[in-house]
Design a protein around this ligand. Structure first.
Ligand code: URA
Length: 257
């Protein structure tokens, strides 16, 4: 019989669970499952395919890759380095392995930001042709009317072209929930300004399949393996929809309306 894969205790230790000895004790105590089944000592796993969980919580196992989900507080810049010396998001996560933020979030915007050292996923998520949905909650000036929400849904004229169709709703009179595929600079703020409801406070609440309302501002956590896979699936699906012309912003030209 072939003994493919890596020893489970080695994979667990690398994922930060503790030393190999600690990992062995966890396996021995029946607290480790691989693909839902209680693992035994000697078990080998494929870190890229098998789902490893300790006490029911999946652990990140792929070699050296880190995916941190941060709840960015207001006033922190979403870059690795700021010439103006403001606090940066990389100071809020462990220095090693070095991760960089995926995409933009204004210094005055709060909410979810992904940081990773997975160059391939980073590229796919930030490439303009990949439109993974992003959801925002904006507190705006004035009361939002159904007419204004309809304008946001069908596209708003900005100085860099008409915005693609979006999902817009208003959970309370001056709160806007907006879901976009595009990632233009200060897009939500500019859209709200254009419809006469400037933003007072902006929070990103979802990046594709990633959401976490229990993560306090300034805190981060690693993505679970299931979340990394869901994100990869979302990128593939968004690209397929774009390539097939299913995504509304591929059908309706940005500047052609
Ligand atoms: N839209 C904005 O206006 N700002 C952000 O930070 C993100 C989206």
């Amino acid at each position: 019989m072939l003994c493919d894969g890596e020893r489970l205790q080695k994979v667990l230790a690398r994922a930060g669970i503790g030393s190999r000895r600690v990992a062995e004790e966890l396996i021995d105590a029946g607290r480790v499952r691989v693909n839902g089944e209680v693992a035994v000592l000697g078990r080998r796993v494929d870190p890229d395919r098998d789902v490893v969980a300790v006490d029911g919580t999946p652990v990140g196992t792929a070699q050296g890759l880190a995916y941190r989900l941060l709840n960015k507080p207001r006033g922190v810049v979403a870059t690795a380095d700021d010439p103006q010396g403001r606090p940066t998001v990389v100071e809020l996560v462990p220095a090693e392995p070095r991760v960089v933020p995926v995409g933009r979030l204004d210094a005055d915007t709060e909410g979810l930001l992904l940081l990773t050292n997975d160059g391939q996923l980073h590229h796919r998520l930030t490439h303009p042709s990949f439109g993974v949905e992003k959801e925002y909650l904006a507190e705006v000036e004035g009361e939002l009317t159904p007419r204004v929400l309809q304008r946001l849904r069908s596209g708003v004229e900005l100085d860099d072209g008409v915005t693609a169709p979006a999902k817009a709703s208003s959970p309370s009179p001056n709160v806007l929930k907006l879901t976009l595929h595009e990632g233009r600079n200060r897009q939500v703020r500019r859209m709200c300004e254009a419809i006469g409801h400037p933003v007072r406070r902006l929070v990103r609440t979802r990046i594709g399949p990633l959401a976490d309302s229990s993560l306090p501002p300034g805190r981060w956590r690693d993505l679970t393996q299931a979340e990394v896979r869901a994100l990869e699936r979302a990128v593939v699906e968004a690209d397929a929809a774009g390539a097939e012309g299913q995504r509304p912003d591929k059908v309706i030209g940005r500047r052609g309306r």
